[in-house]
Design a protein around this ligand. Structure first.
Ligand code: DC
Length: 228
């Protein structure tokens, strides 16, 4: 049997960095499901398809080949043969991903791919609807969040470290807009699963949050007497 940890939470809460580091310590596979939506968004933008147009997006899905590959340095994403791991991290793709993720056909398209990863591996899977929809039977569900201002500050630091320009106010308003879009949509909105534990990382360093997450997983493994 495999063990699944579902981690949901808003944009920029540090889910990816925290979950990735914790997965490394635990020997679990880290799955960033946002990257799947981002890869679809990149494809739509390239094909000049409006990511808010359900009919046009649905019609484009059969032409899509989304590939995911686990690598030492992290998860790699592919569109057909082309690696797009770095290309999906722009603000345009973030916004288009948030928009196309509200389309039921897009979510249905990705559902089985995500479940299959969790059937075959012990996973720490992060997203918006992992505990509520994708893996409702996950052994541990975590709602990972941080105050919006802190999320914006972290994002500014990340962008600056990558040599990109970053304006705090603009980033904060983008984060608030995405929160709103992701929480208000009709299908699979961002909300804590009823049986999730809260991990609020406001004011914590990355290492502290990673340590808390690892401890939560280890405690659940002990409670369930699971040996991996
Ligand atoms: O986690 P992220 O910022 O990379 O996600 C990009 C967008 O994809 C996000 O705005 C909402 C959507 N998403 C989703 O709807 N469900 C998921 N499980 C993961 C991401």
């Amino acid at each position: 049997m495999t063990f699944a940890v579902a981690i949901d939470g808003p944009a920029g809460a540090g889910k990816s960095s925290i979950a990735k580091a914790a997965a490394g310590k635990l020997g679990f596979l880290y799955v960033d499901t946002g990257a799947l939506y981002r890869t679809i968004a990149l494809y739509l933008l390239r094909e000049q398809i409006d990511p808010r147009d359900p009919a046009a997006v649905e019609a484009a899905l059969p032409g899509l080949e989304v590939g995911i590959e686990a690598a030492e340095e992290g998860q790699k994403m592919f569109l057909g043969e082309e690696e797009v791991t770095a290309l999906i991290r722009t603000p345009e793709v973030s916004m288009a991903a948030s928009q196309c993720s509200a389309i039921p056909a897009v979510r249905a398209y990705l559902l089985e791919l995500q479940r299959e990863l969790a059937r075959k591996n012990n996973v720490l899977m992060d997203g918006r609807d992992i505990g509520t929809v994708v893996l409702p039977d996950a052994q541990l569900k975590i709602f990972l969040t941080a105050a919006a201002e802190e999320r914006a500050r972290r994002r500014v630091r990340q962008l600056e470290a990558a040599g990109q320009k970053a304006e705090f106010e603009k980033i904060l308003s983008e984060i608030c807009l995405r929160d709103e879009q992701d929480s208000r949509r009709e299908i699979a909105p961002l909300k804590p699963a009823a049986d999730s534990l809260l991990l609020d990382t406001t004011g914590e360093t990355l290492e502290e949050s990673v340590q808390r997450l690892v401890e939560m997983v280890e405690a659940r493994l002990r409670e369930q007497g699971t040996r991996l």
